[in-house]
Design a binder for this molecule. Structure first.
Ligand SMILES: Nc1ncnc2c1ncn2[C@@H]1O[C@H](COP(=O)(O)OP(=O)(O)OP(=O)(O)O)[C@@H](O)[C@H]1O
Ligand SMILES: [Mg+2]
Length: 315
């Protein structure tokens, strides 16, 4: 697989204070890479360094040390910008343009014009779920969620190979989140690589192939989401859900196998510590007149992983 984003030993110090003498380190020696066609989740608590990293990649900030490549070009080579898209955190645009005018403006920057551009603007504004009645309203009258949608539409104007989204779901209502989640999933179908920062873990679980978790400007974990969640569990266990039986009926099996049995809304769940215990559990269920609903490996939840990886070492 081709690596389309390669970040090598990136560090960033912000200079603060009146004389810009004080330095605050926001990123420490960050290295990571993203393969083509992936939806990559960039996670971390508030102030972890996500926006700083994305801004460095977009050349809106200079790194204090290290380098990065996008599509094989050093980030200082801005010619590659014609092939990427970017939606900033809390996008802010020219207040007095309408959504449609803004889209046409960005289209012109990328050399798309005339009817083709108008069609493209309409297609993208529809895709991000902005109602047609709002297309000709000035952006200063837009709500946060509406601006977020325009930001996303603008990031796709040039049909980018990679799109960088800094918290694309922020400010969206549940319907909006669902629409944008579907839009991002649709980008996978067209082979677009997505690099997105977010705090919304359910979106990460639904969308992302790989993730990186930052803590205090340092990389705390990176890899395929499935692998990270699987290795988080100390030992693989399985949850068997059955119906037509009470938890008490399985108490003999539970005590001999050391299994954990719980009443649930849709039946009874049985947690066994290994694959080899599944058959024995099923036998006990059948003998007691129960019926199998599902067998699932128990994984560490993303929330548990996130909390574990972002807890500060001294807390
Ligand atoms: N312009 C700036 N001047 C000084 N420090 C800054 C500046 N911008 C960010 N920082 C600091 O850099 C660190 C990383 O901030 P950054 O905005 O990259 O975090 P983030 O992961 O995007 O957080 P959030 O989830 O809240 O958006 C923070 O400690 C922040 O205070
Ligand atoms: Mg941020």
């Amino acid at each position: 697989m081709e690596k389309v984003i390669e970040i090598s030993n990136l560090s960033k110090d912000y200079e603060t204070g009146f004389w810009r003498k004080k330095k605050v380190r926001a990123l420490y020696d960050l290295s990571l890479s993203v393969e083509s066609g992936q939806i990559f989740g960039f996670l971390g608590g508030n102030g972890a360094g996500k926006t700083t990293t994305i801004k460095i990649l977009m050349t809106l900030l200079f790194p204090s040390a290290g380098s990065a490549k996008i599509l094989g070009h050093d980030i200082s080579d801005v010619s590659m910008h014609s092939q990427i898209g970017y939606c900033p955190e809390n996008p802010y645009f020219y207040d007095y343009l309408t959504a449609f005018e803004l889209m046409n403006y960005f289209g012109e920057i990328f050399g798309i014009s005339g009817t083709k551009q108008k069609e493209r603007s309409a297609e993208l504004l529809t895709k991000v779920g902005l109602a047609e009645k709002d297309w000709n309203k000035q952006l200063r009258k837009f709500s946060k969620g509406m601006l977020q949608r325009v930001g996303l539409a603008q990031s796709l104007v040039n049909d980018p190979k990679i799109v960088f989204l800094d918290e694309p779901m922020s400010g969206l209502d549940p319907m909006g989140r669902r629409e944008i989640r579907e839009l991002i999933a649709g980008l996978r179908e067209t082979g677009t690589t997505v690099f997105m920062s977010t705090h919304i873990l359910s979106d990460v679980e639904a969308l992302c192939d790989e993730v990186a978790i930052l803590r205090g400007g340092k990389l705390a974990a990176t890899g395929k989401l499935d692998d990270l969640l699987a290795t988080g569990a100390e030992q693989q266990s399985f949850e068997i859900t059955v119906s037509g039986i009470s938890a008490a009926a399985l108490s003999n099996f539970a005590s001999s196998a050391g299994a954990n049995v719980k009443e649930k809304a849709n039946g009874v769940s049985l947690e066994v510590g290994s694959e080899s215990q599944i058959d024995a559990a099923m036998k006990a269920v059948r003998e007691n007149g129960g019926r199998l609903l599902s067998v699932q490996p128990v994984k560490q939840s993303l929330e548990e992983l996130f909390v574990e990886k972002t807890k500060s070492a001294d807390s």
